[in-house]
Design a protein around this ligand. Structure first.
Ligand SMILES: NC(=O)c1ccc[n+]([C@@H]2O[C@H](COP(=O)([O-])OP(=O)(O)OC[C@H]3O[C@@H](n4cnc5c(N)ncnc54)[C@H](O)[C@@H]3O)[C@@H](O)[C@H]2O)c1
Length: 422
């Protein structure tokens, strides 16, 4: 499936499975893109489907067919007139929905992480290969303005050889923690250690470092802290008999891993959601000639300092802004203003959707394939295995089965808004 392109689909019909917070936001975004139809909504909650039908009504487009119930996605995949199944369900359901979709000849786009274990990753790879249907993870952070700036600068080889990257998801999302009571996310945190959300920070860094396209993940080591934040929060907010006071999480407050690649490079990967920390995806690239750091954005090159030193105060806001403008990714240059207006994590959600739609409409390969999905998502299980074994190194599978050695790096692509009918 590397470089795979499906025949062009001028009109793309989408069936949505799981229209909660993320799915509804996707419906709202995507219905602004020409050439796309929402043909089905599936959920276990009728009110969620109603909300999405209201969005279509407000756009004066025909209602979508409704599929209600825990297994209704199977009927959607079998019967519904759609080309793409877009899954925004809880984590554990991405796998069965995507497999069913591909078996029924539909491209499967799934939210992050695509699946939570290595076996599930292989299943998605094998099903995509067998059915010749795309299986892409909706890793929106690969389309962030800073992430795409970094990719563009890496492709111009401005940083020299990239030896080290930093990636993370540091998001003190108290509303998603145990404060909200028993939920599917909390169910995972209770049962599992390791990094439960590796892909947001990692995806863009993996693209910059040519993972699965000239290099690949070899092995990693992981360390988790204990869980202290949720108990402290519960003690402050809930009475002693509350569920929140009596639940124990296996997920630590901070999970840190270091991944070593076959070419001898490394990536630091962290996730932390239960202790106060400003939002950050780290987004760091260290090359032999310079460095890119984010949160806040800072860029510096050794050549700026003629005496051969690289001072402690190497970053300069004016120079960083100049680099940001000079090397803006063409996608952000062409449609950044529209994307920011539509919104969705500062515009990156819209850019992601615009790009896969453009690729399908024009018969182009997608930027992220099923091997990327598998290499990034499998780390949920691999980090947990390392944590459970006193941080022993754990091998990371080669889902490309050797093809990574000859695949070209991801290029710099954009979309043509006029061709799309904007
Ligand atoms: N990329 C991003 O920036 C981003 C942001 C938020 C969430 N997410 C991801 O999106 C996914 C959904 O997260 P959310 O915050 O929208 O959760 P949510 O709980 O708000 O939505 C999940 C929806 O799935 C529905 N559902 C549950 N079981 C179902 C079934 N058997 N069949 C059909 N529908 C079913 C639920 O009723 C709910 O409406 C997760 O994978 C999450 O990690 C990604």
């Amino acid at each position: 499936m590397i470089g795979f392109a499906a025949p062009p689909l001028k009109r793309i019909r989408i069936g949505f499975v799981g229209v909660g917070a993320r799915g509804t936001a996707a419906v709202r975004r995507i219905c602004q893109i020409p050439g796309v139809e929402m043909t089905a909504f599936c959920d276990i909650r009728e009110e969620a489907i109603r909300g999405c039908q209201d969005i279509l009504k407000s756009k004066k487009v025909p209602p979508a067919k409704e599929y209600l119930g825990p297994e209704a996605y199977k009927a959607l995949c079998r019967e519904c007139a759609c080309d793409v199944v877009y899954a925004c369900t809880p984590w554990m359901l991405h796998l069965p929905v995507a497999v069913e979709a591909m078996r029924c000849g539909k491209h499967a786009l799934v939210e992050v992480p695509a699946t939570m274990d290595v076996e599930g990753c292989w299943k998605l790879v094998e099903t995509s290969e067998k059915t010749r249907c795309h299986c892409m993870m909706l890793e929106n952070c690969c389309y962030g303005e800073s992430e795409m700036l970094a990719l563009n600068m890496c492709r111009k080889e401005l940083f020299g050889e990239i030896v080290y990257g930093g990636a993370g998801y540091l998001h003190y999302s108290t509303n998603r923690g145990i404060k909200s009571g028993p939920t599917w996310r909390n169910d995972w945190y209770i049962k599992h250690a390791g990094n439960f959300y590796p892909t947001h920070g990692l995806g863009p860094i993996a693209q910059c470092m040519n993972i699965n396209r000239g290099d690949r993940f070899d092995y990693l080591v992981s360390v988790d802290t204990k869980s202290a934040g949720p108990a402290a929060m519960a003690a402050a907010l809930f009475p002693p008999d509350a569920w929140q006071r009596n639940v124990k999480l296996k997920a630590g407050d901070y999970s840190a891993s270091i991944i070593r690649t076959m070419n001898g490079h490394a990536i630091y990967l962290a996730t932390s959601c239960f202790v106060p920390h400003p939002y950050s995806r780290i987004n760091m690239i260290q090359g032999t000639k310079g460095i890119f750091m984010d949160y806040p954005l800072r860029i510096a090159f050794e050549k700026e300092f003629s005496d051969g030193t690289f001072p402690d105060k190497a970053f300069d806001d004016v120079k960083t802004e100049e680099y940001r403008q000079t090397y803006k990714h063409p996608m952000w240059r062409d449609i950044g203003a529209i994307a920011q207006k539509v919104g969705g994590h500062g515009g990156m959600d819209f850019i992601m959707d615009l790009r896969w739609i453009y690729c399908l409409q024009n018969g182009l390969p997608l930027d992220m394939n099923v091997y990327d999905l598998a290499s990034w998502s499998c780390l949920c299980e691999i980090t947990e295995k390392s944590v459970q074994n006193r941080s022993a190194s754990v091998n990371i599978p080669d889902f490309t089965r050797g093809a990574w050695k000859t695949v070209e790096p991801l290029g710099i692509h954009t979309v043509d808004p006029n061709k799309m009918g904007f």
